[in-house]
Design a binder for this molecule. Structure first.
Ligand SMILES: Cc1cc2nc3c(=O)[nH]c(=O)nc-3n(C[C@H](O)[C@H](O)[C@H](O)COP(=O)(O)O)c2cc1C
Length: 178
């Protein structure tokens, strides 16, 4: 029993590195990234970086990574594409990740979805997918976001965190059994 309590305490004390990387042409995705960072900040330190400023060294040692960008021409914005293409394989090995985008509110096959592209690239460079890619909706090209999207983004970030904690517990249990 005592051993179990000690292990639980150790888990709580483990420092966690959380990073949100985003791109944003008109500021809508940036607002969502900040809402997510505020919520995740209740659980630890969160860094937030623009896609064209994020460095490779920043991504090493990351436990939880959220990447989001606007859907443009059915896919990624140029800055997000550049970032994802310059990350070598295995960069995110061992990290949990989640992807989101902003786009028009219609079927994803019509609008395209940057989040799906981001998620498959994150997987290829070694991250494990914590939740399905998520979309948040803008009213028009330059925004604003639809009503309630900032709150939904905060809830989504919380869900990502809960999934991350659950996956970390499973990994630690496995490690302790070995
Ligand atoms: C060049 C360009 C192409 C776009 N193409 C699409 C598209 O294919 N599908 C879509 O849903 N939205 C498209 N949009 C709208 C963007 O999704 C919208 O501008 C974005 O979500 C706003 O987020 P931001 O303020 O973070 O840039 C496009 C916007 C731009 C500027």
């Amino acid at each position: 029993m005592l051993v179990r309590v000690c292990l639980l305490n150790q888990r709580k004390e483990q420092k966690m590195n959380m990073l949100i990387i985003y791109d944003s042409t008109f500021g809508n995705t940036a607002q969502l990234a900040r809402a997510m960072a505020d919520r995740l900040g209740e659980h630890g330190t969160v860094r937030i970086a623009l896609a064209d400023e994020a460095s490779l060294s920043e991504m090493k040692e990351i436990d939880l990574l959220i990447v989001g960008g606007p859907t443009q021409r059915h896919g990624l914005s140029p800055a997000m594409r550049d970032l994802l293409e310059r990350l070598p394989r295995r960069t995110l090995r061992g990290a949990g990740a989640a992807a989101f985008d902003t786009r028009y509110h219609m079927a994803a096959w019509k609008s395209g979805s940057a989040a799906h592209r981001i998620a498959s690239r994150l997987k290829r460079i070694g991250a494990s997918r914590l939740v399905e890619p998520e979309s948040f909706f803008v009213v028009e090209r330059e925004g604003p976001l639809e009503e309630g999207e900032l709150e939904r983004a905060a809830r989504w970030a919380e869900e990502v965190f809960v999934k991350f904690e659950a996956s970390r517990s499973v990994q630690q249990d496995k490690a302790e059994v070995r």
